[in-house]
Write a protein of this length. Sequence first.
Length: 630
Amino acid sequence: MFERHLWAPLRGLVLFGTGLLAGPMLAAVVLGALFGIQPLAQWYRGPLNAYRRLASRWCGVDVPVPYRPPPPPPEPEHDGWYRHKNRLYSTPKKLSYERRWDWLVKDPATSRDILWLLINPVVGSATALLPLALVVAGAAFPWYWPGHAAVTGPVAAATGLAGFGFGPLLLHLHGRWTCQLLAPAADSGARRVLTWFGRGGLAAWRLALTAGLAVAELAAALMHLLAMVPVLLWAWPTVVVAGRQLTSWRRHQIQEWTGIRIDRPYLPEPALPPPRPDGTYQIGRTLYRTPEMALRALRFRQNARDLATWRDLLWLLLDPLVAVLLAAVPVAVTAYSFFGLIWSWAWASLLQLFVDFRTFDGLPLFAHGFLDHVPFAAAPLIGVAGTLAGGLLAVPLLRLHGLWSWYLLGPSRSALLGRRVDQLTETRMEAWETMSSELRRIERDLHDGAQAQWVAMGMKLGAIEALIDQDPDAAKSMVGSAREASAKALLDLRHLIRGINPPVLAERGIADAIRGLALDAPHTVGLRIDLPGRPERPIEAAAYFAVSELLTNVSKHADAARVRIDVRYAAQRLRIAVTDDGAGGADPAKGSGLRGVQRRLATFDGTLAVDSPPGGPTTVTLEIPCVLSS
């Protein structure tokens, strides 16, 4: 017990010194993200894991490692190619690179780590260093007031003893603070407050990155304009393709940051016409000797006629001005309040225990610049208020930038109509294929099941008719066998009818039908159903068989112990989420089960989204637009 109090100041100093690595770790994350260097962006996890171990050992609070397991090495398909979503790779190197970036960025622990690196030098460092600061302050009192021993002696002794006495308690508080962000996510009041506080700071950070990226986009716009000069016009298709890759990446980023989906608006890739008898290709009134030259001319003509090309160029030219105007106020207020007031006040308060910071020439210049204009005691309060205000202002402004980008980068009305026609054509063919496959399945089940049993039963009845006069006992035995065959045929027929239209679905609706599936599942299933009515019968059937297929996949492939089904209706859409704690790694492109569910839902304009990182958990979300009956 005495040893804990004796070592508490020194342990707090070690934790404080280790926490000072937040600056280099943040710099490594930023540089690694900007230049795409994964080891640099991931380097901070090693020191943070060491910090977790020290905090668990010295602070009396368990801080486990919260990171998801890394993705497994990619495996080739049967044809030797490596598949990731809708892209193919000849070697696993680039695929592994993209998978590890997804694993690093989408791990919830990453954002909590970055929030801890930002806040810990202000909050956590104070509690870690305070025991040693009290001990040092107590030892320094007699040196500052050597002529007042009667007063300084007891004060110095009390201050020093307070550093040793309250050291374990202060370290425990530091461990509790560390556990809030560096441990696996848990629902608590403090965690919710930190999450809400961090959401505003994250929005301000993303708004600052948006402004920086928008300024970089100006270079792409200038290259686009330069390529339109007649002398350099031959390079224009290549520049357009590069610009489309940039805007496509920004569309994806805007969707991740704001939730605003911006679909690709471009016309489909042009098809090369068949060659003429002399081997040339005719594009308009011009003949081309090679297919590469003809395809390049086709792309040139299509890019020039595609309205999305010019909308992209307009966005690249105007987005720097719009993004900088939107980011200026919230980013400046947040940076000034957090770094200029809160951060400077915290370090000045620590320095003031030893030296009057107002006359200390070695104090960082940013503290002089900010604190000279704000009362020292009011600096943290003003800083917290300003940081919250800047973060709250950044959230709607970031979404406003997403809406502005959607206005120019999204597809036009004509493009949406054309895409809708293509989608309806595709879903009509898929609906026809699905119906044909269902009819073939029913025909096969009738032919191999009930029909075969009825034929056998007819043959037995013929034998009974022949034996009934010659051998009544044998005929009576065969009657019992025929009765059993008829009962089995009737049972198979009932199973077939239940597979076509389950009675519980027809009589009691999708909610009770899913409850029946949960009762029949081999694993523990948690249910949450909130449906104020019933959707149309075809949509009920599609949703029922989709959930049945998903539960079957969990039983066969996921190796899960628990499954949760969440059924709700919102915004005129039936939404069903099936989550399991299995091994993860589900991919609709690799199996026919999920692909079949996609085809079934596409008939009703429904969607299927799969979130299945390696190691789990897996969440499959179904959404079908519909209207409920009362």
